[in-house]
Design a protein around this ligand. Structure first.
Ligand SMILES: Cc1cc2nc3c(=O)[nH]c(=O)nc-3n(C[C@H](O)[C@H](O)[C@H](O)COP(=O)(O)OP(=O)(O)OC[C@H]3O[C@@H](n4cnc5c(N)ncnc54)[C@H](O)[C@@H]3O)c2cc1C
Ligand code: SF4
Length: 329
């Protein structure tokens, strides 16, 4: 591991200033991803600004019913929160499907959103990787790519985003609050992460030094009927091959409203707006669910090693929606 300086700021603007003055610096939260990457020398920050005690570790209900989650809330606390389990079960289920109990006790909301891809070449300094070393090439495109993207990838990078929590938040219309060198802003979660395009080294739209301070979940009554389904190689301690976060409102056998997001398929949580539009106002039947899933996946471009993900994503969308519809009969 390369030597680095460790600092604790006393307030948010102070932390932002510290990183603004350190182009190679990074924020440290739980450290469960960043420290691993530092040990591998994939990440080599010369300054770590510890933000674990700086941002809020509380889950608050705002007067309009929005739930505000502080960036330092531990993944285990968020998953266990009674209000989250009742109003947004998809989020609790997504969190509990990730990592392990010990990791979730330490990992934070902000850090989870900004965790780095698990593409094996990204973590292997001996291989070309445009995300780690821009311009060096992409080893995965013609190499081992079973776990990687089927949607939205570019010639420069075919990686996927690994977070389960972010997929649930994408389905829930979450909004991310940040404080950066240019002040505060609110970013819809679906716009936080980027597709790789020509700049795969940029995972998100955040600027250097922009700190995530909180995530808001707006009120969404039918999110009480929501589910996270994760397909993976092992029953625990494995990242998603494909995951589906869905919320569904059905009355009289008709889909009144729906939210769907996919994980394990793209460089960002993939909000399935085409499927959602196809479903609103239609009969809640297997055939309609399947047609909507197929419409969403028409733009899928599987790689040599992951064609299985297209039918897997389709079937997982259908089974998740059927389960939710079945509960509302
Ligand atoms: C063995 C293992 C298995 C795992 N399995 C899963 C899984 O199945 N599903 C899943 O979703 N995750 C999984 N994870 C990942 C885990 O969820 C993340 O490591 C964790 O959520 C990261 O949170 P952290 O607080 O430790 O972040 P850190 O490691 O501290 O930081 C991660 C990144 O976020 C930045 N950062 C942190 N906080 C902020 C902030 N407030 N503002 C701006 N930048 C910030 C850091 O600079 C760094 O780049 C696994 C991890 C391990 C080690
Ligand atoms: S897919 Fe992206 S992260 Fe993986 S080797 Fe290619 S450029 Fe690197």
């Amino acid at each position: 591991m390369k030597p680095f300086r460790y600092e604790r700021a006393t307030d948010v603007p102070g932390a932002v200033t510290m990183l603004a003055e350190a182009p190679q610096g990074a924020y440290l939260a739980g450290g469960t991803n960043l420290v691993d990457l530092m040990k591998l020398e994939v990440a080599t920050p010369d300054l770590l600004v510890d933000v674990r005690r700086l941002t809020s570790d509380r889950i608050e209900k705002l007067p309009d019913g929005t739930v505000r989650i502080g960036a330092a809330v531990a993944n285990s606390d968020l998953a266990a929160d009674r209000g989250i389990r009742r109003r947004f079960p998809v989020l609790s289920q997504a969190l509990l499907s990730g990592a392990s109990g010990q990791l979730r006790n330490v990992a934070t909301t902000g850090g989870n959103l900004l965790q780095h891809t698990r593409c094996v070449y990204f973590q292997d300094l001996t291989t070309p990787c445009n995300k780690r070393d821009p311009g060096s090439g992409c080893s995965a495109r013609e190499g081992y790519n079973r776990e990687l993207a089927i949607l939205g990838w570019s010639q420069a990078c075919v990686a996927t985003h690994p977070s389960d929590m972010a997929v649930a938040m994408a389905a829930l219309d979450a909004v991310v609050h940040t404080h950066g060198p240019d002040g505060e802003r609110a970013i819809p979660l679906t716009e936080l992460h980027r597709l790789p395009g020509e700049e795969p080294e940029r995972d998100t739209v955040l600027r250097h030094g922009e700190l995530i301070t909180a995530v808001d979940l707006p009120p969404l009554a039918f999110a009480a009927h929501s589910r996270y389904r994760k397909v993976r190689d092992r029953a625990s301690y494995a990242f998603a091959l494909v995951s589906v976060a869905a919320a569904l409102e059905v009355t009289g056998g008709v889909v009144r409203d729906v939210r769907i997001a996919l994980g394990g398929v793209a460089h960002k949580p993939w909000r399935a707006t085409t499927a959602e539009e196809a479903l609103r106002g239609t009969q809640a039947t297997r055939e309609r669910f399947r047609a909507a899933a197929e419409a969403e996946l028409t733009e899928a471009r599987p790689l040599a090693g992951n064609a299985f993900k297209v039918p897997l994503a389709r079937n997982t969308i259908v089974s998740t929606l059927l389960e939710l519809a079945g509960e509302q009969r």
